[in-house]
Design a protein around this ligand. Structure first.
Ligand code: ATP
Length: 234
């Protein structure tokens, strides 16, 4: 069956430096997958390649069977792949509501509107007229997720959304995920916290040095397997 999103033999370079070596991942409709791996494993590079920030060979990334690897980031977004970037990258001079509205500039329409994002994260409605940067880190992360949802994506790429946040805040953010999936979107999370990844994902890919070293359902993976795939054999 054709996957919603698939990479096949995906490579990526920063100048002469090769960061990805033939990465194969598959995302089906309405599932959550997690990409885990140590610092520098290539997780962010994989997200950048899929979202079109880094150009790839056309047929190494497909969306519903259509080659999208060579498309620009706005074209990939219009195909339904949206990214919540590492570090959130909100517009500091805009309010919460204006940041959310920026996400809706494309043509895709669906369940995600200002109202439904405010229902998902009620605190954002309270703070809607505040500058986005006046919010706490967790609330800013909610804005970043809400902004991506406003594009009504079929695939939501989330790069390290729990980085630097208190566990209780991380829990609140992940509590929104079942509702995002229920809206029909698949979710790809990049997570350094392996426990968190295993809890929310139906399938996990582990990366090391630009390659997928392990993949499977959380219940199929042992701690030893994950440790070896994460750090290499000792
Ligand atoms: P982290 O958890 O630290 O974000 P990561 O798994 O996301 O790690 P990447 O950021 O994708 O890893 O980095 C993969 C490799 O590419 C690393 O060796 C990194 O040093 C290198 N790299 C990343 N960005 C650049 C860049 N802009 N220019 C050159 N090399 C880069």
């Amino acid at each position: 069956m054709t996957a919603l999103l698939e990479t096949r033999g995906l490579t990526a370079f920063y100048g002469d430096f090769q960061a990805l070596f033939g990465v194969d991942i598959r995302v089906e409709a309405s599932e959550t997958i997690a990409i885990i791996g140590a610092n520098g494993a290539g997780k962010t590079t994989l997200m950048r390649a899929i979202s079109g920030v880094l150009k790839s060979a056309a047929d190494t990334i497909t969306c519903r069977g259509e080659a999208i690897g060579a498309l620009t980031a706005p074209d990939i977004l219009s195909r339904g792949v949206a990214m919540v970037p590492e570090g959130r990258r909100l517009f500091p001079s805009l309010t919460v509501e204006e940041n959310l509205l920026v996400g809706a500039y494309g043509k895709r329409r669906g369940v995600w509107t200002l109202d439904s994002v405010y229902t998902l994260f009620p605190i954002l409605k309270e703070r809607r007229n505040n500058p986005a940067t006046a919010l706490s880190g967790g609330q800013q992360q909610m804005v970043a997720i809400g902004r991506a949802l406003m594009a009504n994506p079929d695939v939501l790429l989330c790069d390290e959304i729990s980085l630097g946040l208190a566990p209780v805040v991380v829990r609140d953010i992940y509590a929104a995920f079942p509702r995002i999936r229920a809206s029909g979107a698949s979710i790809v999370i990049v997570e350094q916290d392996i426990g968190q990844a295993l809890k929310v994902a139906s399938r996990v890919y582990c990366m090391m040095e630009g390659r997928i070293t392990l993949s499977g359902r959380p219940d199929e993976l042992s701690r030893e397997n994950i440790h070896t795939a994460y750090f290499g054999a000792v």
